[in-house]
Design a protein around this ligand. Structure first.
Ligand SMILES: [Zn+2]
Ligand SMILES: [Zn+2]
Length: 327
């Protein structure tokens, strides 16, 4: 099969002919139809995340069709079914985290397109227990990570009425739609001077949009940071009302500068989000069609994965990049 392969970080992916994988016990062999590109793919390719599997086929927002079912799969899937494969690819089901419904923190978790091969290829194998079947359109590829992990970040804000979002990229665009559907007041922070993105946020329904160096017109009950920029953490903290929470939604962030304790005092909270649970997925795919969450995409053929990554890195995409592979 054709695949885009990372031999080592900070090098372009190589188009290769590699053996088609065989489904092991509990796995599905999936013919990949589309694979959306996530910022985490950039962090992996650029060497910002430690110890990826090498060589590696990246990609963890995979939509495809079941081609073959491995032994021991007792699930809803049949050959020909459309499936979605997310970032969380396998957990042991046995550690203290798994046994307390926090499989996203599993000690031995494996991650699609990072510690196991992903979807920048014609075929992939995936553990059937972690696949989703809850949607009906290839356009949902971007929902599988930006949507799911964004949703976990959003849920951590509780019932915050005034919600700030720092970094208005793919995840923010999806989560903003759910926040507005749930009648939250939305305050969007972009790179200073990025009036185009600020306009876009306002036309979506944000109450206010401005630069990340500005203070919002009122204090916020919660803020989610989707940009991988550490100095945004104390900035967001200063924008919070008492008891507010800052949720860091990314897997990687530059260092957070020190800040006065007074900015944290009065029960303000800083937390992060790691990975997703299957429960998050079930909830998200329940609410997404009711909103309904709209995705913006730009498609590229598999062979142009490097172009997609380069344009993502340079901030030149107008939507989520999606590699179109089969069908
Ligand atoms: Zn575990
Ligand atoms: Zn991702």
């Amino acid at each position: 099969m054709r695949a885009m392969v990372l031999d080592s970080p900070r090098q372009p992916l190589q188009l290769r002919d590699v053996p088609k994988p065989k489904p092991g016990r509990g796995q599905l062999l999936v013919r990949v139809s589309a694979c959306a590109v996530c910022r985490t793919d950039l962090h992996v390719v650029d060497g910002e995340l430690p110890n990826p599997k090498l060589p590696l086929i990246p990609g963890h927002q995979i939509v495809g069709y079941v081609e073959e079912i491995g032994s021991g799969v007792n699930s809803k899937f049949e050959v020909g079914d459309r499936v979605g494969i997310p970032w969380l690819g396998w957990t042991d089901g046995e550690c203290a985290f798994c046994r307390s419904n926090r499989e996203n923190l599993c000690d031995n978790a494996r991650f699609t397109g990072y510690t196991i091969d992903g979807g920048y290829a014609e075929f992939t194998v995936a553990d059937a227990r972690f696949c989703f079947d809850r949607y009906n359109d290839v356009e949902v590829a971007p929902l599988l990570c930006a949507g799911l992990i964004g949703y976990r970040s959003y849920r951590k804000t509780g019932d915050a009425r005034r919600l700030g979002i720092y970094g208005f990229g793919n995840a923010a665009h999806l989560i903003a739609q759910i926040a507005l559907y749930e009648e939250r007041q939305l305050f969007v922070f972009t790179r200073p001077g990025d009036t185009k993105t600020q306009q876009g946020a306002k036309s979506l329904g944000a109450k206010w949009a401005g630069g990340s160096d500005e203070m919002p017109p009122e204090k916020l009950d919660a803020a989610i940071i989707f940009a991988s920029v550490g100095p945004l953490v104390p900035a967001a903290l200063r924008a919070l009302a008492k008891g507010g929470i800052v949720v860091c939604g990314g897997i990687h962030m530059s260092d957070i500068p020190s800040f006065p304790y007074a900015d944290l005092w009065e029960e303000r909270v800083i937390t992060s989000v790691a990975n997703l649970t299957r429960h998050d997925g079930d909830e998200f795919f329940d609410i997404a069609p009711r909103v309904p969450v709209q995705t913006k995409t730009e498609t590229f053929p598999l062979e142009q994965a490097n172009t997609a990554l380069d344009r993502f890195r340079a901030g030149e995409l107008s939507g989520t990049a999606v590699l179109t592979i089969g069908r």
